[in-house]
Design a protein around this ligand. Structure first.
Ligand code: F6R
Length: 609
């Protein structure tokens, strides 16, 4: 949602903070701000609505020298995205500054009380109450004041606090929103995510819910909400800063599309042997529970939900278990039957999506077995899981998810094969053939990327298009929905994904020569039915673009453009069929001059319901 970063140590804080914000901008870009304790002994605060560049342009290299400092990039929840509502927020004395990611649910009642006690507010945010609440509790011990104040709030938060009286300290706290501490050489950091501080240290402590961290140049001391000291392990980050850079690509989105062959390889690494046997050591400890499972829900939001639909389809078909995809934000409020024979698989790139976390908690309370599929080590979802299968895809920075989708599908495929093996629902030969097909995917994904020039030409023709419809059947249906989502969020072209068979039940009325249809028509059990649907559309003179299997000689009778992809078993096709659609969405967005890496109104991780 928002991104926060803090620095304490001997160097000037401002350049470190601004660079940190640059790497966190994917988390929100409604405003940016920083606070620095200047060498003149003041708490300097500057903040600007809009992107980080507004703040840096305004500062124009003239941020004051000094340390420590804290900084924030915002995705607005309470209060419009203007300068006043930008973080950091100060207390009445101006000696304390605070940044916050999350939502304080009971802020209205606290604000009312603080106002009647004489506190003066300068913003419409929920966050500002925290600054005044800490001010109220402060008697010289900043950590204690933070702990005392947080005892009064409900909601989700990762905060960073600094105070004029404490030139060698920043205090962080976490509840249901990620926050890490970086341990440098004689310096300390706070950050929402690793890329913000990776340039300075690879040693991080992942804070847990309720942790309050006292960060000084000497290290970190962590206490819980009860004031008792807790020990947290130091995690060594394995990837380097190059992974969080554009690496010569014009956008992170494109870089991450091109990283997919490698990312799929990483997701498979150590998990499929040469004979095609899938081994997920992460699931070994819960094998007994998995054997007893009677139904499965695969839950996620947005792109992760569409990957989940693929996973549910395969689990049902391979492991013979009733399995459904679930929309995270819906599942909590109209929960399906859940008990201790239910397996819930939460799918999330960030591992911190509130709409996925909430149904997972509910399922956990009802005794379900919880498996989490995520990219972010130690993220919120992982903490209440019985088992975690990491994507191993490397950092995904662009707001629109691409390599996370394909690796989520690949990991879900492996889970489905693992379940099939445990339950004995598939012959060894067939199971291994799918394992081997998984191993072919990195090379096939690399092959599909060669379609880029053809897709670019098509996208130029489409620059003025207003509406696009995407259709597919069976496993092609989630691909159609994901293709439509990519197009709408990257290029702002209206797009919808439908089950191809549904077209004739209504949506076909929308098609005309100006409204193209994209059909997922790769080789599958439903291929002929998809071709019939495409023929119906062709007869109504809507232009058709088909994603089809190389060697298909039928489809181009009906499709104006065919994007040929390598042949895979139908079960693997989503991983390959989505790639040209990602490229298409990207190129249409570029042709329309859209802000590809930071589409309007979006943020990469959505930590509010
Ligand atoms: C779309 C996109 C979003 C996310 C969704 C879930 O490109 O990125 O739809 O997929 O917000 O996010 P995670 O996977 O972090 O739970």
């Amino acid at each position: 949602m928002c991104g926060i970063v803090g620095y304490v140590g001997p160097r000037d804080a401002a350049p470190i903070l601004l660079e940190g914000l640059r790497r966190l901008e994917y988390r929100g870009y409604d405003s940016a701000g920083l606070a620095v304790l200047t060498d003149d002994g003041e708490v300097f605060v500057e903040k600007k609505a809009g992107k980080l560049s507004n703040l840096t342009d305004h500062l124009n290299g003239s941020a004051p020298a000094g340390h420590p400092g804290i900084a924030h990039t915002r995705w607005a929840t309470h209060g419009r995205p203007n300068d006043a509502n930008a973080h950091p927020h100060r207390d009445c004395s101006g000696r304390l500054a605070l940044i916050h990611n999350g939502i304080i649910e009971n802020y209205a009642e606290i604000k009312e009380r603080l106002l009647s006690a004489g506190h003066r507010f300068t913003s419409e945010t929920d966050t500002e109450v925290l600054a005044h609440l800490i001010e109220e509790r402060y008697q010289g011990d900043l950590v204690e004041a933070v702990r005392d104040a947080l005892g009064e709030v409900r909601g989700a938060y990762a905060i960073g606090v600094m105070h004029l009286d404490h030139p060698n300290r920043i205090v962080g706290a976490r509840m249901n929103v990620p926050l890490i501490v970086g341990l440098g050489n004689g310096e300390g950091f706070l950050a929402s995510d690793v890329p913000a501080i990776l340039e300075h240290t690879k040693n991080v402590v992942i804070l847990q819910e309720g942790d309050i961290a006292d960060v000084t140049p000497e290290g970190v001391t962590i206490i819980g909400m009860d004031g008792v000291k807790v020990e947290r392990p130091v995690t060594k980050i394995r990837w380097n800063i190059a992974a969080a850079e554009k690496g010569g690509f014009p956008h992170f989105t494109l870089k991450e599309i091109y990283e997919q062959p490698h990312a799929i390889g990483e997701a498979l690494r150590g998990r499929v042997d040469d004979a095609g046997n899938v081994k997920l050591p992460e699931l070994e400890a819960i094998e007994e529970k998995l054997r007893r499972v009677e139904r499965v829900y695969v839950v996620g939001c947005g792109t992760a939900r569409y990957a989940g639909e693929v996973g549910a389809h395969l689990i049902q078909s391979w492991a013979g278990l009733p399995a459904n995809g679930q929309i995270g934000s819906e599942m909590r409020y109209s929960p399906p039957p859940i008990d201790d024979r239910t397996l819930v698989i939460s799918v999330s790139q960030s591992g911190e999506t509130a709409d996925t976390l909430a149904p997972q908690k509910l399922a956990s309370e009802r005794g379900a077995v919880i498996v989490v599929v995520t990219n972010v080590v130690g993220s919120a979802l992982t903490r209440e899981a019985d088992a975690v299968c990491y994507l191993q895809a490397g950092p995904e920075v662009a707001v629109a998810s691409t390599k996370a989708f394909v690796t989520q599908v690949v990991v879900l495929e492996m889970i489905a094969l693992h379940l099939a093996q445990l339950r004995g629902t598939m012959s060894d030969r067939r199971r291994r053939s799918f394992g081997l097909a998984l191993r072919d995917l990195p090379g096939q994904a690399a092959e599909v990327l060669k379609l880029a020039p053809q897709v670019k030409k098509l996208a130029r023709r489409w620059a003025g298009v207003r509406d696009v419809m995407f259709v597919g059947r069976a496993l092609g249906f989630p691909v159609a929905m994901e293709g439509a989502l990519k197009l709408k969020e990257l290029s702002y072209v209206h797009a919808e994904g439908y089950a191809a068979g549904e077209l004739k039940h209504g949506p076909i009325a929308l098609l005309d020569p100006q409204t193209p249809l994209v059909a997922i028509a790769t080789k599958s059990a439903t291929y002929e039915k998809v071709v019939s649907n495409v023929a119906e559309v062709h007869a109504r003179e809507a232009p058709v673009v088909a994603v089809a299997t190389v060697g298909d000689e039928v489809i181009d009778r009906y499709a104006q453009d065919v994007l040929y992809v390598p042949e895979t078993p139908e079960e693997m096709s989503p991983v390959i069929a989505i790639v040209p659609l990602q490229l298409l969405a990207y190129e249409v967005a570029v042709a329309r001059g859209a802000d590809v890496d930071q589409p309007r109104n979006l943020a990469k991780s959505v930590t509010v319901e």
